[in-house]
Write a protein that binds this ligand. Sequence first.
Ligand code: ADP
Length: 301
Amino acid sequence: YSIERDNGKFGNIQDIIKRTNYAYEYVKLMEFPDAIHHGTKPVTHGPHVFEFKDVEFTYPGSEVKVLKGVNLKIEAGEHLSVVGLNGAGKTTFVKLLCRLYDPTSGVILMDGIDIREYDYDAYMREFAPVFQDFKLFAFTMEENITLENNAKNEERRAEVLEVIEKVGLKDKIDSLEQGLDTYVFKHYDESGIEPSGGEQQKLAIGRALYKKSPVIILDEPTAALDPVAEYEIYRKFEELVGGKTAVYISHRLSSCRFCDQIAVFADGVVSEYGNHESLVNKENGIYAEMFAAQAQYYQTA
Ligand code: ADP
């Protein structure tokens, strides 16, 4: 035995103790029951009808009931705009639809079946969300759309190019020496590019379209784009979404005109529901007031 070897063994034991401490935390974590119910029912890929029935929701650890009985049906292929003042519960509504939380009471149905009964991963695959805090990665343009390893694949590239064209990034890609292989940001490649806010938004939308899910969720950005660029993107987006079901959280009401139905959230419930024409002239209506206030803002801006 040399002293060195003994020291080595001693070091290993210390190392094992240290690692076991981390493992202990991990085991404790894994012992927690799932926060949401995981069902087993298979999901048939395709258009779906959703229905919220008396859905109430209180965030874990909070006393405040955020949703106080939401009743709402979303038909297959419908484009729904979700509107309301800050804190009205719009994001919470979408989080429940996407199963980030389960309702405290009431039920959400997909094609007549409680969404908790479906296989969780299969259910999630039906949704392509674009949230405001989406992240681009320091990978190539193509990888940012596909979120897949960039092994060369002609078929996939053709699909990505189609998406790029749809979201209006073709000119941008054509202007880049490396095209779709250009890196986003400069972390891994000095010639990487820093896309503008609008371009980032388009890439994120491209990612959602590439996913080919029957339901698209879009939380419209409040500030990243100027109103004209925003109007252009969402008018186009409405075309791109086509026959898919779409749920928009609309902060600027100009995009609501394109939607089939508008649900106005207030005081934890859907307090107004209908299309733009039916809501915009409603006396003392929340939507009518919000629309008037924003129209003024557009005129003076
Ligand atoms: P909106 O999207 O309409 O602005 P939200 O759904 O984000 O509204 O929020 C509704 C209410 O829920 C707000 O009062 C907000 O403070 C509260 N809330 C949001 N997220 C949480 C959370 N994780 N924990 C506790 N309360 C939350």
